[in-house]
Design a binder for this molecule. Structure first.
Ligand code: HEM
Length: 398
């Protein structure tokens, strides 16, 4: 019997280099073409660039483990150990259950009116200016206010949370200028959250109090309380901010699509999902193989870091027709912008509620959105988004 050995797909692409982060899509297309699993020579890692394999890996936590962290560097992964993000079942199941009722549809339904009113006020304020920065004045303000409130933090404890979240995501990448600059921030973040997230500072009905109660009952160790809450703080901020910012940019660049949504406001939800597919705020996370894994005849060795590229999967031409286009009627319900499987985003209901509240208010109040200057990209090792998005809007009826 003869054995044929397939050539091993390799690539020298550096997915964390500045020029690639500015526009990752040509590099991701090249990786999809290179093979179903590609060894990245710039790192000690592999990447899965095609939709079917990314989704299958997300559904296979036994072979694609999160327990050693979902970033690249061991040093940073250690900091996240024992959190919901960096654990496998059965530990993961127990950790995730701690806040699941707070994020369940029933709990979210109770928030809908408050979140909608807050979004409407913010949008009205921004629109009154005519020219505003859709990131600083809108997208960035909203999730911080909502999440800090849900955690149960007092108003003055919210200030630095934003810069922390950006820094934390940078440390999920390899050592580079971004992750190195982030190290002191992440140290400060843990110190800060250890100081402010103490029971006497927290509202009794918030997420943080619920986690403290779980620790009092002995469901989790006391030492896990702040790391667990930190993972929720980090996961909920820049993701949502950039999801909102990216969608407003798509609306500004595709005025016809914006008018289509205005004419049929039920399209706000599908347009947001399409934005998550096309410009996935969380571009990808790593897993570690627990055994050799065969992907269409290519073997990824055991104990290998594998980047699951959500951004690439979400534009895979094998899965999507016209994958590069922003089609507000596509309604890509099976995109993996929120991940999939046991680690699928725990806050996706809340993210949708927040984004749809802001975008819905925009659609009601604004008849046109135009760029008032070049959008400025914020480079981050994991998150795709904008530092600034200057727009001019015309208020409805003007
Ligand atoms: C549009 C906004 C958001 C996006 C694009 C997003 C994306 C993601 C993705 C891709 C994952 C999977 C990580 C993995 O597979 O390793 C994830 C997990 C997670 N997200 Fe989100 N997220 C968003 C908003 C939020 C919000 C608002 C919260 C607030 C509670 C949140 C909390 C979490 C948590 C706790 C996890 C870890 C779940 C687990 O490991 O079981 N996310 N998110």
């Amino acid at each position: 019997m003869t054995h044929t050995t397939l050539p091993l797909p390799t690539s020298g692409i550096d997915l964390f280099a500045d020029d690639v982060l500015h526009d990752p899509y040509p590099a991701l297309r090249e990786l999809r073409e290179a093979g179903p699993a590609v060894r990245l020579t710039a790192y000690d890692a592999w990447v899965l660039p095609r939709y079917d394999h990314v989704r299958a890996a997300l559904a296979d936590h036994e072979r694609f483990s999160s327990a050693q962290g979902v970033g690249y560097e061991d040093q940073f992964n250690t900091q996240m150990k024992g959190t919901v993000l960096a654990s496998d079942p059965p530990d993961h199941t127990r950790l995730r259950a701690l806040l699941s009722d707070k994020l369940a549809p029933k709990a979210l339904a109770g928030l809908r009116t408050r979140i909608a009113a807050l979004a409407d006020d913010l949008v009205a304020e921004a629109v009154a200016k005519g020219d505003f920065d859709a990131v600083a004045d809108l997208a960035a303000v909203f999730p911080v206010t909502v999440v800090a409130d849900l955690i149960g933090l007092t108003e003055d404890a919210r200030g630095p949370l934003l810069s922390f979240a950006d820094a934390a995501f940078n440390t999920f990448g390899p050592f580079n200028a971004r992750s190195e600059a982030a190290i002191p921030f992440v140290g400060q973040m843990f110190e800060y959250l250890n100081t402010v997230m103490v029971p006497e500072n927290l509202r009794p009905d918030g997420w943080a109090s619920a986690v403290y109660e779980a620790s009092d009952r002995g469901d989790i160790e006391a030492a896990s309380v702040v790391p667990l809450l930190t993972a929720y703080v980090v996961a909920s901020m820049d993701t949502t901010i950039n999801a909102i910012g990216n969608t407003i940019l798509l609306f500004a660049r595709h005025p016809q699509a914006y008018q289509e949504v205005r004419g049929e406001p039920a399209l706000v939800g599908p347009a947001f999902e399409e934005s998550l597919r096309l410009e996935s705020p969380a571009q990808g996370f790593f897993r570690r193989t627990t055994q050799p894994v065969d992907i269409e005849g290519i073997t990824i060795p055991a104990d290998t870091k594998v980047l699951l590229s959500f951004a690439s999967a979400n534009r895979d031409e094998r899965k999507w027709e016209r994958p590069e286009e922003f089609l507000v009627r596509r309604n890509p319900v099976d995109h993996i912008g929120f991940g999939y499987g046991v680690h699928g985003c725990a806050g996706q209901g809340l993210a949708r509620l927040e984004a749809q509240a802001v975008l819905g208010a925009l659609v009601r109040r604004v008849s046109s959105i135009e760029l008032a200057g070049e959008p400025v990209r914020k480079l981050n090792n994991v998150i795709r988004g904008l530092a600034s998005l200057p727009v001019t809007v015309r208020a409805e009826g003007q």
